[in-house]
Design a protein around this ligand. Sequence first.
Ligand code: COD
Ligand code: ZN
Length: 378
Amino acid sequence: MDTLGKTLTYQAAIAWETNSPLSIEEVKVEPPKAEEVHIKMASSGICGSADHVLKGLLPLNFPLIPGHEGAEIVDSIGEGVSSVKPGDKVLTLVVPQRRECSSCLHPRGNFCEKQDILPSSGLILDGTSRFTCKGEKIYNSFHTSTFTKHTAMPEIAVAKIDDAAPLGKVCLISCEVPTGYRAAVHSARVTPGSTCVVFGLGGVGSAVVMGCKASGASRIIGVDINEEKFPRGRALRVTDCLNPRNLKKPVQQVVVEMTGFGVDFAFEAIGLVDTMIAAWDSCHLSYGVCLIVGLAPSNSQLSLDAVKVISGRTLKGAYPFCLADYKTRGCIPQLVTDYLQKKINVDPLVTHQLPFHQPHKAFELYHTGKTIRCVLLF
Ligand code: COD
Ligand code: ZN
């Protein structure tokens, strides 16, 4: 259907305030303005960050339509849009790529200045929203908002993907897979035969494990307080599983003892200060590399033993997508092609699928810890 020029009403899941249940509402979606696209959602993953947003752990404006891990089809395009056309399959991008700012133009930068994460206004590029409900303005999450049947968003926040891509699964390549997999392959540059520890075996941590395995790591230690994550972790080639709550010593001490001197690469995919410190302390003191993938709650401080900083190990941040020269619009479609060519397999990460109008069930499942990713289908 051509939506150009029309404000139409669609169903969307709205969070009216933090810590309130999502409600399915009739939402008015304005047509795309210049350099925007109107898209019809096909699927959206339930990412840990969406849960953080709903709990108010990441500062976003409410009421909002959450979700940022979407696969969709372009319905209509605004003036000046040239990279996609109606009917194209696309993925939403939390970090857009305008290709004009210092980050986009620098060979080692990708955190486009048009991103809306740090800080988040909840508005699209012209400072307005395309959503209203019951006469009230509804905010976006990170330019994306995927828990809606239709949305209008900036062209620079979508990436055209292969026509053959199965939309019920590749939504994970919009956030979880590049965040975790590329943190291991691209940012840490895990080496063949190396030892790794991954804190958090949720969606993102599982994708980190896949990246470690693909890079040839010989030992991958998985750490999680939820032992339901262990069988799936082992299927992805985690070699040792540790539940810190069942250990008599701090988990980092156990990891160091298991590996002799500490791991080559440690990843934190939870977003807690304590597990960031544990990941850092798990690394080899001389050449260990610690990658922080999770975002700790606002205003928290990371306190490290200053003596341990001097010995040579490296601490790196890998905030979702901030993977140096990993340019989102250019690189994410290649991951979809890699999936279609069976170079990576995202299928084990999609453990559940539910209809869009049951987001509460999807979050319930998420909170039980039984999922790696639950995907909403539209
Ligand atoms: N020790 C060990 N494991 C723990 C602990 C703990 N103290 N607490 C929780 N866990 C485990 C959970 O049991 C779970 O298995 C895992 O940690 C977390 O996984 P998920 O599935 O809940 O979350 P993910 O993998 O989808 O997301 C993790 C992130 C780190 C990416 C995310 O939560 C985050 O930090 N988001 C903020 C960054 C952001 O804004 N991103 C924007 C786009 S993602
Ligand atoms: Zn995410």
